[in-house]
Design a protein around this ligand. Structure first.
Ligand code: ATP
Length: 254
């Protein structure tokens, strides 16, 4: 029998403040072991989709108006967010949120606690994060606020990895970073996918880099999926090329 996708989103609609409609029926799936991109411009609904999946809408006065979310074939719609992390689904929020006064290592350690691990398990998880991001090891005692934008994105991803996830939802990992740093981050995503079998759903405005690394992608516009397919397929759609692939690069911060 075919395994269910690790994530299946069925026709979700989202409203904010009980009225403004942000998503009008989005469906997508991520097969186990895949990297899937969620593309679209500003306000298309990428972040809302990720937050709906990881049950973080309530924080923003948002709610699911309909639809359901299945994780490994089990309905997890509106489940408490930390229960999802316990089960292996974790989100890296947009904007690389770090605790700026805490050291890099303490920022990473925070990510481990939902699973109440042993000291040994925390040490192992840290070793793995440092193997993936050697730069974080050299800066382990530095306050996160003094690290570069690229390093902060690595901390945010590293913190998610500390919970030993199976599926990571990644919101705009390229935002505000120089092209070579973006490339480094995406190379790492590919490596985690190959070596640790982590699946990814990543929201990106930078379609060209996302399509180079993803197996398939969904394109959102005004809260709806307007295209879906392999990178080869999507590159052939003229509208897609004009709207996203020719877009000016994001501003560079470091
Ligand atoms: P961006 O890349 O700019 O973050 P996005 O594709 O992630 O864009 P969303 O942030 O999901 O898009 O926004 C989708 C729609 O929902 C937009 O119309 C936006 O204005 C609206 N929206 C997002 N967050 C809120 C909120 N907290 N309250 C009310 N409306 C919101």
């Amino acid at each position: 029998m075919e395994r269910p996708p690790i994530l299946q989103v069925d026709d979700i609609a989202v409203t904010y403040n009980e009225l403004a409609s942000a998503l009008g029926g989005v469906s997508l799936s991520v097969s186990d072991g895949a990297i899937v991109a969620l593309l679209g411009g500003n306000g298309a609904g990428k972040t809302t989709t990720l937050k709906a999946i990881s049950s973080l809408l309530r924080v923003e006065r948002g709610a699911l108006a309909r639809g359901r979310i299945l994780y490994r074939g089990t309905d997890v719609t509106d489940i408490d967010p930390w229960r999802l992390v316990e089960r292996g689904l974790v989100q890296v929020l947009e904007g690389r949120r770090c605790f700026s006064r805490l050291s890099v290592e303490d920022n990473l350690r925070i990510g481990a606690f939902v699973r109440r691990p042993s000291a040994r398990a925390i040490a192992d998880a840290l070793d793995r994060v440092y193997a993936i991001f050697p730069r974080l090891k050299t800066r382990r005692n530095t306050a996160a606020g003094y690290t570069s934008g690229g390093e902060q994105q690595m901390i945010a991803i590293g913190r998610a990895l500390m919970s030993r996830p199976s599926l990571v939802l990644l919101d705009e990992p390229s935002m505000g970073l120089a092209p070579q740093v973006v490339e480094e981050i995406f190379e790492t995503i590919g490596r985690l996918n190959r070596e640790d079998k982590v699946s990814f759903l990543l929201a990106e405005q930078n379609a060209s880099v996302a399509l180079r690394h993803a197996r398939e992608a969904y394109v959102l516009e005004s809260g709806r999926v307007v295209a879906h397919g392999t990178p080869e397929h999507l590159r052939q759609i003229d509208a897609m090329r004009d709207a996203y692939l020719g877009a000016a690069p994001a501003p560079i911060e470091d």
